[in-house]
Each structure stands twice: as C-alpha cells, then as structure tokens.
Design a protein around this ligand. Structure first.
Ligand code: HEC
Ligand code: HEC
Length: 229
C-alpha cells in the first residue's frame, strides 16, 4: 500500500515555506481572538488555490496538472471540469473518496480534501466558462450515432449532451474518457449511479456503439450546462 500523502509531505522541501506560514497563521489566530479567523486568512484553501497548487496535498495533486489551468481537461483520460454542475462535481469527489467510483489517483486527491474543500473546489470549476481541448477529428462518426444518442441517452443527458437535472453534461468531454466510463459501468467498476441506471444503459451497448458515442459527444462544443443536479 502506498503511504498516505500526508506521510510523504515531510519529504517535500518545496512545501516547507508554506507550512511554516500556515503554522504561523494558526498560532496568530489561536493567540489573539481578534486576529483573522482561519476561514478568512489567506492560507485557508479557497477552491482556486486548491485547483492551482494542490493545497496542503502539494503540487502532485494540483487539479490543474491533469485537468488543465482552465479546467479544460487533457483531451484524453482526465475530463474537463470547467462549467460542469457544482453538485455533480462534488458528488464525484465524495464517490471517489468512498470508493464507489474506484480510481487510484482521484481517490487520493479526494481523500486529501475535507468536505468543505470539496465543495469549494467544485464551486470553483462550476463557475469557470466551459472549455475543452479540441478533439481529434480523423475518425468518422456513423450516421446512426446521433439517433442512437437521441433514443438512448438524451432523455437524461439533454439535447447535444448539455445535461439535464437527471444526468450530467457529456458534450466536449474527451472521447477516450467517455468510452472508458461506459466500459467501467459495463464491468460494474463504476457503481455510483443511483438505481444502476447507467449500468443498465451501458450493458445494452456494444463496443462499437461505446466508441461511436464517445467520438460523437467529444465533438459537440462546450457550452453552459442546462441544470445542476
Ligand atoms: C494526476 C492527475 C489528476 C489530478 C492531479 C487530479 N485529477 Fe481529477 N481526474 C483525473 C482522471 C484521470 C480522472 C478520470 C478518472 C476516472 O476514470 O474516473 C479524473 C476525474 C475527475 C472528476 C470526475 C469528473 C466527471 O466528469 O465525472 C472530478 C470531479 C475531478 N477529477 C476533480 C479533480 C479535482 C477537484 C482535483 C484537484 C483537487 C483533481 N481532480 C486532480 C486525474 C487527475
Ligand atoms: C435514466 C437516465 C440516464 C440515461 C437514459 C443515460 N444516462 Fe448516463 N448518466 C446518468 C446519471 C444519473 C449519471 C451520473 C451518475 C453519477 O452520479 O456519477 C450519468 C453519467 C454518465 C456518464 C459519465 C459522465 C462523466 O462525466 O463521468 C457517461 C459517459 C454517460 N452517463 C453516458 C451515457 C450514454 C452514452 C447514454 C446513452 C447510451 C446514457 N448515459 C444514458 C443518467 C442517465
């Protein structure tokens, strides 16, 4: 088992300065009650600070490293976060931490944040303008794929995948990422959907359809989500 990130921190000299400052801020707030409270001192981790620096967890867990400085994702396995509904983002962080959505990296990332920090970082990304890495366009999308989407997915994920109150946005997510999620449901690896709705949907798709739906949705431009969930 890998040691918890907090145990590794002592080996990271880059963090020493920040830890000292955080400690000084803490001593000041406990020494004098009329000083800043921890929640409004500059070292309390705002969502943006967590996104850019990884907060206490250190740069390895800075969201921007994998999800891009504008939350646009990496165009491959790390999804865009910019403009996704805050409630959805926060739920995913809880599910990673609880193991309902198993993923080694995201489990460690999520477990390092407390529930307030998960809310703050979710709100930060939800408030960013929707952005995505431009998808590759070499592969052809079958003429039947938009109709398959409309028949099997649109009811919950909205017209052109912009999301509804019953399902998150899928548009402008990387094709690889989308297909991977569908495969994870097919294998019952991702289990965080209420009533196993996505498990049932995914198990009705064949490998070609999984791939096609990913390609189709990845090419729909990012735009503001319709509703929070
Ligand atoms: C080392 C790379 C890495 C770092 C750092 C990282 N992520 Fe992730 N993140 C990923 C990958 C890869 C996935 C897709 C995992 C999967 O398949 O479930 C992901 C998925 C997510 C999802 C699910 C989004 C969706 O559409 O369902 C959320 C939310 C998320 N990350 C938030 C964060 C936040 C917030 C941080 C910083 C505190 C962060 N991530 C740091 C790589 C990373
Ligand atoms: C009855 C409603 C419903 C239908 C129909 C449905 N979905 Fe979903 N889908 C959901 C819900 C709810 C979630 C979010 C689960 C969670 O909380 O993680 C989801 C999540 C997803 C995700 C993960 C998004 C992410 O950012 O990680 C993908 C991919 C997805 N659905 C694809 C599809 C596709 C493709 C179809 C059609 C073949 C489809 N869904 C049909 C309800 C639905």
């Amino acid at each position: 088992m890998r040691p918890h990130p907090s145990l590794q921190r002592q080996h990271r000299p880059a963090n020493t300065g920040r830890r000292w400052l955080a400690l000084c801020a803490l001593l000041l707030t406990t020494a004098c009650t009329d000083r800043q409270t921890p929640s409004d001192d500059p070292w309390s981790r705002s969502g943006e600070l967590i996104a850019m620096s990884g907060g206490e967890a250190g740069a390895r867990y800075a969201c921007a490293t994998c999800h891009g400085v504008r939350g646009e994702g990496n165009g491959f396995d790390a999804p865009r976060l910019a403009g996704l509904p805050a409630g959805y983002l926060q739920k995913q962080m809880e599910d990673y931490a609880a193991g309902l959505r198993p993923h080694e990296v995201m489990r460690d990332v999520a477990r390092f944040l407390d529930s307030h920090e998960r809310v703050r970082v979710a709100n930060h990304y939800a408030a960013l303008p929707p952005q995505a890495v431009a998808p590759a366009t070499e592969e052809t999308i079958d003429a039947a794929t938009p109709a398959l989407y409309a028949r099997a997915c649109q009811q919950c994920h909205g017209v052109e995948g912009v999301g509804t109150a019953n399902g998150p946005p899928l548009n402008a997510q990387p094709a690889f990422y989308l297909s991977q999620q569908l495969q994870d449901w097919q294998r019952s690896k991702r289990r965080n959907d209420g009533n196993h709705v996505m498990l049932e949907v995914a198990q009705r798709l064949d490998a070609g359809e999984v791939r096609q739906l990913g390609l189709y949705l990845a090419r729909i431009p990012p735009r503001p989500a319709i509703a929070d969930r």
